[in-house]
Design a protein around this ligand. Structure first.
Ligand SMILES: *[C@@H]1O[C@H](CO)[C@@H](O)[C@H](O)[C@H]1NC(C)=O
Ligand SMILES: *[C@@H]1O[C@H](CO)[C@@H](O)[C@H](O)[C@H]1NC(C)=O
Ligand SMILES: *[C@@H]1O[C@H](CO)[C@@H](O)[C@H](O)[C@H]1NC(C)=O
Ligand SMILES: *[C@@H]1O[C@H](CO)[C@@H](O)[C@H](O)[C@H]1NC(C)=O
Ligand SMILES: *[C@@H]1O[C@H](CO)[C@@H](O)[C@H](O)[C@H]1NC(C)=O
Ligand SMILES: *[C@@H]1O[C@H](CO)[C@@H](O)[C@H](O)[C@H]1NC(C)=O
Ligand SMILES: *[C@@H]1O[C@H](CO)[C@@H](O)[C@H](O)[C@H]1NC(C)=O
Ligand SMILES: *[C@@H]1O[C@H](CO)[C@@H](O)[C@H](O)[C@H]1NC(C)=O
Length: 910
């Protein structure tokens, strides 16, 4: 992370003009500091001014020449440019860096040119020249500096006793020495000690591959990158060091001298636990102690930000700094003073790191090198730690106010916008909108944000919960930005709060002859509810079978009672229940509330009984049998299928003589019954049974309600039809001409025969048979009046006395289609006696008849043709197998002789 930023900020590719317009007046913000204990000089550029600017550093040598510092130059020449996460830039230079002006190895002058531009091409760069002189005179014989980007060693250039070397390290030196001497240009040469071999390089050659080699008045120095090709990774007590073992030869007058310029710096010495940084360095670094067999500590110190810490500082800051004869250990609690936290965004998630710049200086004495000063500078950053913001719900239902707290954040994280519902607002705009957004500072410097949103704000979602609860839902997305990188992340909170303030829609319904209606009053929760009728979404556009009208506060639904959207349920014999089932569903299709109104209608118009014995039956789909397919309905005779079927109803048309229709008699009514049946595939018990019946009456009867029988819930849909009886008087025994209505009263003489015919009119049922039960005559049109003279008694001819009755057979002819519907009898003219006197004047004939099922006359004796006097008519069973009726003739005027005739005729006309 730091490395990337370092690269981004500091290294620019391009030609750099030698004439640079230099501004002597640098911002006071740039601070310069000598850090002699670390043999470093440092220049500090605070973020405030240099943020979002492009900065370039160049070294200026004693001749005023400017040398741009790129990454390679920095490593080779002893410069470090680093930038922390907050945007502060630090430039560090080794006192013995390449272009340092050195006097007596005591006074060091570093000159740096800083170019600051707003564009990467540096066209508008302002240049600041900074010069810093530092004194350092306590050089140790060997000083090793492990900077963040290079390793540096400088060794006192005393004239060594070669013999001693050879004695001490016979293997090492005897091999190397001849190579050095035989080197072509033996003025400068470096020999690297590799595990398998030695590699000799001329200085120019070594410099070309990135090594920095030079001398000062009294010292030889070698600088190398950590990953130099001749460096070895060596494990020292569990810590990996980058080790470069080298010997540098130089010629001094007549002598060839060599210096061991070994350097070793740790690379994986930092460990992290959740809350602690642990830095542990072994004391006995083998590659630096070759030839020594004893060493003792001179000084062990640590520091932060290049400043040495006293033990008081250390304990005050809760660091732990300890060392034994094996290792030095530094423990720094994450968050301790001296370092800083920084927010980051990784994969859209918020997290933090903690960074601290620590150094460790270890000086020791050994019997081979004298004093070595080993300094390590570490810019430590803990791994990214995901820190999901904590959202607190402090909603106050009683005040109808959402109160959401989100935090905590470092000061480098800013809330930039809020998305509430579908609207995105900046913090300023949100505040103007009435969403109160405020920042809450915590004592430790971190921040939380508080947002309050009234429940009735437009972007708060209101939904219906249960009972009388309305649920207010705030869906809020916070957008944050981490500065200075301007990386964004978002966090969403969805907070719901139920409030018992729901007003549910309510409905009233009414029925009229043609419509079922529901008037629904809107509540405050049904804004988005949609009305469904039998799973059909209703719309306000006009439709033929319903009307939906919404005026904002109410809606009226009016449905024709014939609409296929309604549901039918049978109720009783003569009525049907029609239900308008309205349900209101939310957007996801869940029914939230249902209303229905049921109206009872007479079922008469679902069945039609034609006089000629044709039944037209309409069966509607009932709620109880949702899977019913009306086209699969049948009658008792399963071969009888509907003549018309739609999704919700089927129509049958059949003759009472067919389709398994059963005939029943009930006092004065004859009933034809059938069933409309629905069988589920493979089932023998019907899932649906609708009893249908036609009642034919002889126009004197009252309607008898028909009871409900059997399972499953059958009912009768009776229809009513006329059943007419007619009595005619024929002119002679051929029964070819009868008296028309206009010819009445008919004048007949005593002892002439009267030829009567009784007929069941209109019926087309060939199975019916008409029987005469009793016939009699009266002198008034009232059949109950007396005196009465019997003509037919209990289906038998009255052959007593003088008046003789004779039955005549009936055969089909052009007029009579069903002979069974007709009975004929002849009454011989006799003297109607009353008070022992022959009657003259008007006389009326009456018959009581029964209509029987001709297929099964034995069901009732009345229905047999056999005349059995005194047969019992009643008292056998309550069930009747016939229909009875009465028929009367028109007036017949009896004349005894011709003289009375005219007088009687005149009299009778009234
Ligand atoms: C070596 O040091 C001298 C004196 O400080 C300096 O002028 C020269 O540039 C240095 N050379 C290199 C290659 O660092
Ligand atoms: C070194 O610097 C010190 C203090 O800045 C000064 O007093 C001294 O004269 C300088 N010595 C040389 C040799 O320039
Ligand atoms: C919101 O909740 C916070 C934390 O409990 C509280 O400090 C603040 O006063 C509340 N705001 C309102 C407007 O009630
Ligand atoms: C909240 O809003 C976001 C975007 O507006 C949406 O993606 C998300 O599904 C919503 N969450 C809920 C629970 O409604
Ligand atoms: C928020 O707080 C309110 C009031 O205490 C509570 O009714 C509601 O359930 C809470 N909502 C969530 C999502 O925690
Ligand atoms: C809507 O119709 C209902 C019933 O007719 C009536 O009471 C109500 O005032 C009407 N509302 C509006 C806004 O017209
Ligand atoms: C009965 O009358 C109807 C209507 O007049 C007619 O359609 C039907 O064919 C008739 N049925 C018979 C069997 O005559
Ligand atoms: C019965 O007869 C009377 C008189 O003819 C008539 O007005 C009435 O409509 C008839 N009723 C039925 C049910 O046919």
């Amino acid at each position: 992370m730091a490395g990337n930023l370092f690269f981004r900020l500091c290294f620019f590719i391009g030609v750099f003009a030698s004439e640079v317009w230099t501004r002597e007046v640098a911002p006071e913000l740039i601070t310069l500091e000598c850090v002699p204990t670390l043999s470093l000089a440092r220049i500090y550029l605070p973020a405030g001014y240099f943020l979002n600017k492009h900065v370039r550093f160049s070294a200026v040598d004693q001749h005023g020449r400017v040398h741009e510092i790129d990454r390679a130059v920095a490593t080779q020449c002893g410069y470090t440019i680093s930038s922390d996460f907050r945007g502060n830039i630090e430039f560090r230079a080794s006192l013995i860096s390449c272009y340092s002006q050195i006097v007596d190895d005591r006074n060091f002058t570093i000159m740096v040119q800083i170019d600051v531009a707003t564009t990467p091409d540096m066209k508008d760069a302002l240049s600041y020249l900074k010069s810093l002189s530092c004194s350092y005179f306590s050089w140790r014989p060997r000083e090793i500096l492990c900077e963040t980007n290079y390793m540096e060693v400088s060794v006192w250039r005393e004239i060594p006793q070669i013999q001693d070397f050879i004695q001490d390290e016979p293997d090492d030196w005897t091999e190397v020495f001849p190579e050095a001497v035989s080197g072509a240009a033996s003025v400068w040469q470096v020999v690297f000690h590799l595990p398998s071999a030695k590699r000799a390089m001329l200085v120019s050659e070594a410099q070309s591959v990135g090594y920095g080699i030079n001398t000062t008045d009294s010292r030889i120095l070698l600088r190398a990158p950590f990953n130099a090709s001749e460096a070895q990774e060596t494990n020292v007590q569990g810590v990996t060091f980058s080790v470069l073992r080298s010997s540098t030869f130089y010629k001094q007058r007549w002598m060839i001298l060599l210096v061991d310029t070994a350097v070793a710096c740790p690379v994986d010495d930092i460990k992290f636990t959740m809350d602690t940084i642990i830095w542990s360095i072994p004391k006995n670094i083998g590659p630096l102690l070759i030839g020594a067999n004893d060493f003792n500590d001179v000084r062990v110190v640590m520091g932060v930000n290049l400043h040495e810490m006293t033990s008081a500082d250390i304990s005050k800051r809760n660091y732990v700094f300890s060392h034994d004869h094996v290792a030095i250990t530094i423990q720094i609690p994450v968050g301790a003073k001296g370092g800083y936290f920084k927010s980051h965004v990784r994969e859209g998630k918020h997290g933090i790191t903690y960074s601290i710049n620590v150094f460790l200086e270890h000086q020791w004495n050994d019997n081979r090198w004298g004093t070595t000063k080993h300094t390590i500078i570490k810019e430590i950053t803990t791994p990214f730690r995901h820190m999901p913001p904590i959202i607190n719900n402090n909603t106050i239902p009683s005040r109808k106010l959402f109160n959401v707290t989100i935090g905590t954040f470092l000061t480098d994280t800013k809330l930039v916008s809020l998305t509430i519902g579908s609207e995105t607002l900046t913090v300023t705009k949100a505040n103007k909108r009435g969403y109160n957004v405020s920042e809450m500072k915590h004592p430790n410097g971190s921040t939380s944000y508080i947002v309050t949103v009234p429940f009735d704000a437009p972007n708060v979602e209101k939904t219906y919960g249960t009972g009388i609860d309305r649920i207010y839902t705030l869906n809020i997305t916070f957008k944050f930005q981490v500065i200075p990188e301007n990386q964004g992340f978002t966090e969403t909170a969805v907070i719901s709060c139920p409030v018992p303030d729901a007003v549910l829609p309510d409905a009233i319904g009414y029925c009229d002859k043609e419509h079922l209606s529901l008037m629904v009053t809107h509540g405050n929760v049904d804004e988005d509810w949609l009305p469904f009728l039998s799973n059909i979404l209703l719309t306000t556009s006009r439709r033929s079978d319903y009307v939906l009208h919404d005026n904002g506060t109410h809606f009226l639904l009016q449905v024709s009672r014939h609409s296929s959207l309604l549901q039918y349920e049978s109720l009783q014999s003569s009525s049907i229940m029609i239900t308008l089932p309205l349900d209101m569903r939310d957007r996801s299709g869940i029914t939230k509330r249902d209303f229905s109104i049921s109206c009872s209608y007479s079922s008469k118009d679902l069945i039609e009984c034609l006089p000629n014995g044709t039944m037209i039956v309409t069966a509607v789909k009932l709620v109880g049998v949702p899977d019913m397919d009306p086209s699969q309905l049948v009658l008792r005779d399963k071969n009888c299928r509907p003549i018309l079927a739609t999704e919700d109803r089927a129509t049958f048309m059949f003759n009472v003589n067919s389709c398994g229709t059963v005939r029943k008699f009930k006092q004065t009514a004859m009933i034809y019954e059938n069933d409309v049946l629905y069988f589920r595939p493979g089932m023998t018990v019907p899932a649906y049974q609708l009893k249908v019946a036609c009642w034919y009456t002889t126009n004197e009867t009252i309607v008898v309600p028909y009871g409900v029988e059997n399972n499953p819930a059958p009912s009768v849909q009776p229809g009513f039809g006329p059943l007419d009886l007619f009595m005619r008087l024929y002119k002679d025994s051929t029964y070819s001409k009868f008296y028309e209505d206009a010819e009445y009263p008919v004048v007949r003489c005593l002892r002439e025969s009267l030829y009567f015919e009784v007929e069941l009119l209109r019926s087309e049922d060939p199975q019916l048979e008409l029987f005469l039960v009793d016939c009699w005559s009266t002198t008034s049109s009232d059949q109950r009046s007396s005196p009465q003279w019997d003509v037919v008694i209990n289906s038998c001819e009255n052959a007593e006395d003088t008046h003789e009755t004779i039955f005549h057979p009936v055969t089909n002819n052009s007029r009579i289609r069903f002979a069974n519907h007709v009975k004929r009898f002849e009454v011989k003219m006799f003297t109607f006696m009353h008070d022992a006197k022959a009657l003259s004047g008007k006389i009326y004939f009456h018959c009581s008849v029964v209509i029987c099922d001709g297929r099964d006359p034995s069901m009732d004796l009345l229905c047999t043709r056999i005349c059995i006097p005194d047969k019992q008519r009643f008292g056998r069973s309550t069930e009747m197998h016939y229909l009875s009726g009465h028929v009367s003739s028109g007036a017949i005027l009896l004349v005894v002789d011709g003289t009375e005739q005219n007088d009687r005729i005149t009299k009778s006309v009234d």
